[in-house]
Design a binder for this molecule. Structure first.
Ligand code: GSH
Length: 334
C-alpha cells in the first residue's frame, strides 16, 4: 500500500510541478501514466460486446452521477447494438483450421490502443486468444521478455512485438492469400494504417483527459479493467487522472493541437472522407486500416469523447458496420 501511495503521489507531484513541454520525465511517472491508454510518447481498445458490458458495469459502479448515467446510457446502446448485431450476421474471415495456431497469448493493457488494434484483428479473423493483463506498474507478467511494452503476442511459443508488426506477421501466417476485398489497394491501406499510428492515436489523450471529470471517467475505466491491486486502483485512479489532465495539455502542445475536440472531429471526418462512399476502406469488407481505426477507437467509443465524436461527425455508421463485421470477441475466457 505504501508503495502504491508513494508511486502515485510522486507521479502526481511531478506532473503538477513540471512545466516544460514534453512528456513526464521519470520512469515512475511514465509508468503510471502509461497505465493507461494513450499517454505515451510514441503515440498514444475489446469492444466485444462482453468488454463493453464490463466497461459499462464498472462505469455504473464508478461513483459519480455522470459516470453512472454514462453507464446506463451505454447499457441502452449496448442492447441496441446487440439487437442490430443479431439481425446482421458478422462478416468475420476465419482462416482455414490448419492455419490457426494452437495457442495465441496476448499480453496487454485492456485500454491500450495498440493492444486493441491487435484484438480487433484477432476478433475479426476469429482467432482464439488468451489474454494476460499486465500490471503497468510492476510489469511482472512480462518480466521474462526483453521488450518492455505491450502488446506482446506469443504464437505457439514465438514472441511477436509491436502492434503493426504483429498484425503483419499474423496476417501473413493466417491469411497467406490476401483476404481483403479488391476495392482497396495496398498503398491506400498502408497509408491509413500509418495515419492511425502517427496521427489518430495522438488526438485521443487530449480528448479523454480533456478536463478533470473526463480524466476521472477514463481512469475509472482503466483501473476497473486493468490489472491493479486494490490500493493501486484507488491511488492510480485519482493520481493518474490528475496527472494525465496536466500531461494531456502538454501532449496538445507537442502535437500542435489547439482544440482537442475539433481535432478529434476532424480526424473522424478525414476518415469518413477516405472511405469515399465505400462501406469500408477495404470495400465491402474491412481491411487492416479499418481494423486499426476501429481498434484504437473502441476504448473511447463509449466515453464522453467517443459519444461526442459520433454525435458531431459522420463516423457513426461506419463504426456500427465495423462492430457488426468484427462481431464477438474471440478471446478465450479464463
Ligand atoms: N509502437 C508500439 C507502441 C506500444 C506502446 O507504446 N505501448 C504502450 C502502452 S499503450 C506501452 O507499453 N508503453 C510502455 C509502458 O507501459 O511502460 C506498438 O504499436 O505496439
Amino acid at each position: 500500500m505504501r508503495r502504491a501511495l508513494i508511486l502515485a503521489s510522486a507521479a502526481l507531484h511531478r506532473a503538477l510541478r513540471s512545466t516544460n513541454g514534453g512528456l513526464p520525465a521519470t520512469a515512475v511517472q511514465y509508468r503510471l501514466l502509461q497505465v493507461a491508454l494513450y499517454g505515451n510518447s510514441t503515440s498514444t481498445g475489446d469492444s466485444s460486446s462482453s468488454a463493453r458490458q464490463r466497461w459499462f458495469s464498472s462505469a455504473a459502479l464508478g461513483g459519480s452521477a455522470e459516470v453512472a448515467s454514462l453507464g446506463a446510457a451505454g447499457a441502452v446502446v449496448t442492447l441496441a447494438v446487440a439487437a442490430s448485431s443479431f439481425q446482421e450476421a458478422s462478416a468475420k474471415e476465419r482462416p482455414p483450421q490448419e492455419l490457426i495456431p494452437k495457442e495465441v497469448v496476448l499480453y496487454q493493457y485492456e485500454a491500450c490502443p495498440f493492444c486493441n488494434k491487435v484484438k480487433a484483428f484477432l476478433d475479426y479473423y476469429d482467432i482464439p486468444y488468451k489474454v494476460v493483463e499486465v500490471n503497468p506498474i510492476s510489469k511482472k507478467e512480462i518480466k521474462w521478455s526483453d521488450y518492455k511494452k505491450v502488446p506482446i503476442v506469443m504464437v505457439d511459443g514465438d514472441q511477436l512485438v509491436d502492434s503493426s508488426d504483429i498484425i503483419d506477421k499474423l496476417r501473413t501466417k493466417f491469411h497467406p492469400t490476401k483476404s481483403i476485398d479488391s476495392g482497396s489497394d495496398d498503398d491506400e491501406e498502408k497509408k491509413w494504417r500509418r495515419w492511425v499510428d502517427n496521427h489518430l492515436v495522438h488526438v485521443l489523450s487530449p480528448n479523454i483527459y480533456r478536463n478533470t471529470s473526463e480524466a476521472l471517467e477514463s481512469f475509472d475505466y482503466i483501473t476497473s479493467n486493468g490489472n491493479f491491486s486494490f490500493t493501486e486502483k484507488i491511488t492510480v485512479k485519482y493520481a493518474g487522472a490528475a496527472a494525465m489532465y496536466f500531461v494531456s495539455k502538454k501532449l496538445k502542445k507537442k502535437y500542435n493541437i489547439t482544440d482537442e475536440r475539433a481535432a478529434l472531429y476532424e480526424a473522424a471526418e478525414t476518415w469518413v472522407d477516405a472511405l469515399n462512399g465505400r462501406d469500408f476502406l477495404g470495400g465491402s469488407k474491412p481491411n487492416l486500416a479499418d481494423l486499426a481505426v476501429y481498434g484504437v477507437l473502441r476504448p473511447i467509443r463509449y466515453l464522453r469523447s467517443g459519444g461526442d465524436m459520433v454525435e458531431h461527425t459522420r463516423i457513426g455508421e461506419w463504426y456500427t458496420r465495423m462492430e457488426n463485421a468484427v462481431g464477438e470477441s474471440s478471446r478465450i475466457k479464463a
